[in-house]
Design a protein around this ligand. Structure first.
Ligand code: AMP
Length: 354
């Protein structure tokens, strides 16, 4: 089946309906790079969706260790980072018995599909990708071909399972558009093999969790004092939130919020109750807001949200045998699905000579 829509958000209920009508659960795929501690952006952009989707769809979630090599060629900490990402996913509620939770490098078929897709991806479009341009700026000494073809590998990861839904944050929108282009080129040239993958979030829009200083998004490796990590101690969370930028407050009722204040409210909406949010919204509207109080409340709500996850992560990390089992079972499920897709791919491409 190959469904194409101009707007995902308008068409999503139909997409789900169409796939369910075929008697199959829609297939979901997503991944997270093991390049550091997971943060609230990873949680609200990706993992929160994974946890809900595992009950409704057939899910494949991976630790994207091959992707991490494009920016982190030193592999000394890779094992610890892979274990941490697995543990953090599980601590957030991902159940390895419901979803396939695996390591990208354990599924060799990915590399084969990546090779074929590379013949359908063009240098010009890859060079124009926003994330490529960012990475060139950040690591001018290591502009490797893997960095350039990152969206091709990502497309291979997704379509290896013939996935149609990809829970990701807003930063991945362009990559998903590129994945759809590669899929359409493949299907046009070799026959209808892949569905068009669509970025997904349960809320109306893809999420971008802003950094606490209002200058960008929360990130694993950049701007660490303005990012809240799932591993941060309670004191560190309080320290980071209390340092968030504010001002003297609005001087006229119903004023528009500056970006950095809007961001604080956005963060509050992720972790605080409605009463709390309404109180501070009203205080802002009426020019009574006390940002010190708001940040104290936000810090405590963040602590209540993050600290139970942090505790579970430490327990899971202590059990290496369990983590090994998770990776083995996940890889087996992922390989089974990958092998079936690659049979179709080779056959449709005419790579079958006897
Ligand atoms: P990465 O950390 O780049 O491996 O991304 C893993 C997942 O987290 C992807 O789905 C990203 O879109 C998502 N993500 C990363 N940072 C943010 C952020 N600040 N806000 C929302 N989603 C994010």
């Amino acid at each position: 089946m190959n469904i194409s829509f101009s707007s995902f958000y308008n068409s999503f209920p139909f997409l789900i309906f169409a796939v369910f009508m075929e008697g199959k659960k829609p297939i979901v795929m997503s991944g997270i790079r093991p390049t550091g501690f997971l943060h609230l952006g990873n949680y609200f952009g990706a993992i929160r969706n994974y946890v809900r989707m595992q009950d409704e769809f057939e899910c494949f979630f991976m630790v994207a260790d091959l992707h991490s090599l494009t920016t982190h060629p030193d592999t000394r900490h890779l094992k610890a980072n892979v274990h941490r990402v697995l543990a953090e996913n599980i601590a957030c509620g991902l159940d390895p018995e419901k979803a396939a939770l695996y390591c990208q490098s354990h599924v060799y078929e990915t590399s084969e599909l990546y090779l074929y897709l590379n013949m359908l991806a063009y240098k010009g479009e890859l060079e124009k990708t926003a994330t490529f341009k960012d990475k060139v700026r950040l690591q001018p000494e290591n502009v490797n071909a893997g960095l350039l073809t990152y969206p091709v590998l990502q497309a291979a990861d997704i379509i290896l399972h013939r996935a149609s839904l990809v829970p990701v944050g807003k930063d991945q929108e362009q990559h998903l558009e590129m994945a759809r282009n590669f899929v359409n080129r493949f299907n046009h040239r070799y026959g209808d093999v892949f569905p068009e993958p669509q970025a997904f979030n349960y809320s109306e829009q893809l999420v971008k969790v802003p950094s606490l200083d209002g200058t960008g998004k929360m990130s694993k490796s950049e701007n660490q004092m303005a990012t809240l990590y799932l591993a941060d101690t309670d004191d560190m969370i309080r320290k980071k939130v209390m340092k968030a930028k504010t001002d003297m407050g609005p001087s006229e009722p119903n004023s528009e919020k500056p970006d950095y204040i809007e961001n604080l409210f956005l963060l509050m909406k992720l972790v605080s109750g409605n009463d709390v949010i309404n109180k501070f919204e009203n205080d802002y509207k009426n020019c009574h807001i006390r940002y010190g109080d708001m940040k104290k409340q936000l810090a405590e709500d963040m602590v209540n949200f993050i600290s139970p996850i942090r505790g579970r992560v430490e327990d899971i990390l202590g059990d290496e045998i369990y983590l090994k089992q998770v990776m083995e079972v996940g890889a087996e499920k992922a390989r089974k699905s990958a092998k079936a897709t690659m049979l179709l791919v080779r056959e449709s491409m005419g790579l079958k000579y006897f």
